[in-house]
Design a protein. Structure first.
Length: 594
């Protein structure tokens, strides 16, 4: 049996797969060579499919509303070595939506339990309910519009123990049900309550260009009771999140009259804050029982131009007691994934890994799958290397133009050879030499022999170390040679099978006269030691793959230090300074518990 050595041990150990797969390697991301449309789903072809081959701000596009056909990409040109096992496949799609239409008011706010609705696109009916009662609140358990069941967005109550209570509720109905509504009637179903100076009001509005999959992006409810009286103005407890093109809506009630008091049906109960447009502004009361001790009610909305937050406030034109407030956002219609699958043998199938995130307005890569995701299929290297391997994406277009700039694939694999040697490394460690190696997999491996030579031709045995026999997990080995040759020693690793078959690694030289700073162990988990031949203090800067400084320390020569704790596994660049000497070294962090 043979030792299968990785072409670059640092690269090989940068990615640990699972316990069943051992150490793995990566090819990609790679670009497709062929693109097209597939009619397996949808009705609309993608235009300019070839623009998805590379990231260059040229796009494959669809602007017709509805489900698109598959945009297919194949001929990725993989050449994964055999024998190998496929551990995972990752697809990345750079996509965006162009020129979407923002949420807009279609039919303005009006009071009462009827609402006439105009024709429009992706409409959403919002119905708000407010009530005041002297004992308890009157809950709406269900609501319909034209016989179609509505969905509650939020509710909020505020009151005093044994005293008056206020309630706010917000309900909605989307396009599919609006188109089937048989009348203009808003019909609530109430729970039980005891009336005492009970009064109520309804207000509704219709918005269009509202996303029909995720219409409400964020909703927050706030309330306060007396005593003591609440501050004026008062504000939503926490901000709501807003996205570009959305509509923020605020609803508030006060359990009091204005100063001076106004009569039932009067307006000007609130002052508009935060750039909102007022819809409803109403004093309502039970005129037969307590016409001057009802409540006030306001609705308002605000078009959102960019991503951010909103924390609406209101100023009541009177003395505040109990109050309740609801704020929420209606999101604009979006483009979404419809299906995302892989192509095997020219056939689209396996798991659909599409997600529910709306497509952004700027080019952004979305990631599907990953190092341990096989998309519900088994794979051979021949199937991955074939020209008819690829990926397919279909989108749901609702607003603007769906655009795909680039599709690329990364494949994670591992060797299935009997013994895969990930690295064999030797470094001076004081007067001795530290030797380390690791395997990804072992089959019928009896033992290893470490050998040393002064000339690279005649070798002597240094140590014999038992092998793991059969193993699918990463195995780490290390020994010290206490008697290296003066000057250069050459080391190699001999692997011996159960049947006596042997194989040798490449030679690794160690110069015991070198004056360089030496880092060990390498790879390391958290603790490492730096040896300086002159025993000087060493300044260390740890840089990640983007050469950003992520850790720094001052280290005494030969003093172990916990330098890598909390950093992710991977390859790091170390900048070492000892006196006037500067040295750059590579260090690999591997958490052996993985």
């Amino acid at each position: 049996m043979k030792i299968a050595a990785a072409s670059s041990w640092m690269f090989a150990i940068a990615f640990l797969l699972s316990a069943s797969a051992g150490m793995g390697q990566t090819i990609g991301p790679r670009n497709p060579g062929t693109t097209g449309n597939n009619s397996g789903v949808g009705a609309t072809n993608w235009a300019s499919t070839g623009n998805s081959i590379s990231s260059d701000n040229n796009y494959s596009t669809v602007s017709t509303k509805g489900i698109t056909r598959y945009l297919t990409t194949t001929n990725y040109g993989f050449a994964i070595p055999t024998p190998s096992g496929i551990a995972g496949i990752q697809l990345e799609v750079e996509r965006s939506t162009n020129a979407p239409t923002a949420v807009a008011l279609l039919n303005g706010w009006s009071t009462g339990t009827t609402k006439t609705i105009s024709a429009g696109t992706d409409r959403c009916l919002i119905v708000t309910y407010v009530q005041e009662n002297g004992i308890n609140t009157r809950d709406i358990t269900a609501m319909t519009y034209g016989g179609r069941a509505m969905t509650q967005i939020a509710e909020q109550t505020a009151g005093t123990t044994g005293g008056f209570s206020a309630r706010l509720e917000v309900w909605m109905l989307l396009e599919a049900d609006l188109s089937l509504a048989s009348s203009t009637a808003i019909v609530p179903t109430f729970g039980s309550y005891t009336a005492l100076e009970y009064c109520e009001a309804f207000s509704s509005a219709v918005f269009q260009n509202v996303d029909q999959t995720q219409p409400v992006g964020s909703a927050i409810s706030t309330g306060a009771s007396n005593p003591p009286s609440s501050a004026n103005p008062h504000q939503l407890g926490t901000p709501i999140t807003t996205l570009a093109g959305s509509m923020a809506i605020s609803v508030v009630t006060e359990g009091n009259n204005t100063t001076p008091a106004i009569t039932d049906g009067g307006t000007n109960t609130y002052t508009i804050n935060s750039g909102y447009t007022e819809g409803t502004d109403l004093y309502f009361a039970n005129t037969s029982v307590a016409p001057t001790s009802g409540a006030c009610f306001q609705t308002a909305h605000k078009a959102i131009a960019s991503n951010g937050t909103e924390q609406p406030s209101c100023t009541f034109n009177g003395s505040v007691n109990r109050w309740a407030m609801i704020a929420f956002t209606l999101q604009r219609s979006n483009e979404f994934d419809h299906r995302v699958q892989l192509i095997k043998g020219g056939v689209i199938g396996g798991l659909d890994l599409s997600n529910t995130s709306p497509w952004p307005t700027t080019d952004t890569y979305a990631t599907y799958g990953g190092p341990l995701e096989l998309w519900g299929r088994s794979w051979t290297t021949a199937e991955i290397n074939a020209s008819n391997f690829g990926a397919a994406l279909a989108a749901k277009v609702a607003n603007g133009t769906a655009r795909v700039d680039h599709m690329r694939v990364t494949v994670y694999y591992y060797s299935t050879l009997p013994v895969e040697l990930l690295y064999f490394h030797a470094e001076a460690d004081g007067p001795s030499v530290r030797l380390e190696w690791a395997t990804a997999t072992e089959r019928e491996n009896d033992h290893f022999i470490v050998q040393r030579s002064s000339d690279g031709f005649v070798f002597e045995d240094v140590a014999r170390i038992p092998g793991a026999g059969d193993s699918n997990v990463a195995r780490f080995y290390s020994i010290h040679d206490p008697r290296p040759n003066m000057g250069i020693s050459y080391y190699r690793l001999v692997q011996v099978d159960n049947d006596g078959t042997t194989d040798e690694s490449a030679m690794v030289p160690v110069d015991m006269m070198s004056a360089e700073l030496f880092i060990y162990p390498n790879p390391a988990e958290e603790v490492l030691t730096i040896r300086d031949p002159e025993a000087r203090a060493v300044e260390v800067g740890v840089h990640d793959g983007s050469m950003r400084l992520v850790r720094s320390a001052n280290i005494r020569s030969e003093e172990p230090i916990l330098l890598l704790s909390g950093l992710p596994d991977g390859t790091y660049t170390l900048l070492l300074r000892a006196g006037d000497d500067t040295q750059v070294s590579r260090l690999v962090k591997v958490s052996r518990s993985n």
